[in-house]
Design a protein around this ligand. Structure first.
Ligand code: MG
Length: 228
C-alpha cells in the first residue's frame, strides 16, 4: 500500500512569517518597537529564527539573544510563544488545493501523516487552522518531539513508523529540495518536490522521484498514477 508524508510550511500551508511577526510584537511589548520595513532587522531576525529552526539555538536561547540585541534585560520565551499563538488565526492559510488533496487521499483510504520541523504546539495550531478537520486528525510528527530535524534520516524513520508501510512505498511531499526531497530519498523513501516557482533543482542532489508545480497537479498524479 502506498502512503504519503507531507511537509507543512510552504507545502500544505503558509504562516506568512508568523514567528518573525511575533518577534516584532514582542519587541513592541518590551517597549522597543522595530520598524517592520527595516530590511536590516528583517534579515537579522530571519537569521536568528533560522538558527532556532535548525536546532542550533533553543527557543529560550533565541529569545534571550533577541532581547540582548534589543538591549532589554531579561526575556521570557513564553511571551514570544503567546504572540505566535495569537497570530495563527490571522496569518495561517492553506496553499493551493491542500484540503482538496487530503480529502481525495482520505476518500481512497491512502494513509497520510505530516512530518514538520518546528515546535509542537505551534505546528499543531497552524496545521489545524490551515487544514480544519484533517489538521486535527492526521498524525503530526514535529521535530522537537521526535528529536530529529529534517533532513536527518531519523525524522523520516519516524514518519515510516507512523505510516506503518514499507519505506519504499512512502512518498514524501515537500517544497524544500535539500530538507524534504533530498532527506526523503537518502532515507529510502520516494520524493515529490513541490516547485511552485519553477526553481532549478540543486544539481548536486539526486533528482526527486517527481516534481509538481502545484498540489492540484499532485492530486491528479495521485489519482491517476501513484495511488489510483
Ligand atoms: Mg517547507
Amino acid at each position: 500500500m502506498i502512503a504519503f508524508g507531507f511537509d507543512f510550511d510552504h507545502t500544505l500551508g503558509t504562516d506568512h512569517g508568523l514567528e518573525r511577526k511575533a518577534l516584532y510584537a514582542y519587541a513592541q511589548e518590551l517597549g522597543h518597537p522595530l520598524d517592520p520595513d527595516d530590511a536590516t532587522w528583517h534579515a537579522r531576525l530571519d537569521t536568528l529564527l533560522a538558527e532556532f529552526r535548525e536546532g542550533a539555538l533553543t527557543a529560550d536561547a533565541m529569545v534571550h539573544r533577541f532581547a540582548a540585541v534589543l538591549d532589554v534585560p531579561g526575556a521570557d520565551v513564553d511571551r514570544w510563544r503567546a504572540h505566535c499563538y495569537a497570530l495563527v488565526d490571522e496569518f495561517v492559510v492553506p496553499l493551493d488545493g491542500a484540503p482538496e488533496l487530503l480529502a481525495s487521499l482520505r476518500a481512497r483510504n491512502v494513509p497520510v501523516a505530516i512530518l514538520t520541523n518546528g515546535w509542537t504546539p505551534l505546528q499543531q495550531k497552524k496545521i489545524a487552522r490551515a487544514l480544519g478537520e484533517d489538521g486535527r486528525t492526521l498524525p503530526i510528527l514535529v521535530s522537537d518531539e521526535i528529536r530529529a530535524v529534517k533532513p536527518a534520516k531519523a525524522a523520516f524513520d519516524a514518519l515510516v513508523d507512523a505510516l506503518g508501510v514499507p519505506r519504499a512505498d512512502v512518498w514524501y511531499v515537500g517544497d524544500n529540495a535539500r530538507g524534504d526531497a533530498g532527506g526523503a530519498l537518502a532515507a529510502g523513501l520516494r520524493a515529490v518536490w513541490v516547485d511552485r516557482d519553477g526553481e532549478p533543482y540543486p544539481p548536486e542532489l539526486p533528482p526527486p522521484t517527481r516534481t509538481v508545480r502545484s498540489l492540484r497537479e499532485l492530486e491528479s498524479l495521485t489519482e491517476n498514477t501513484i495511488a489510483p
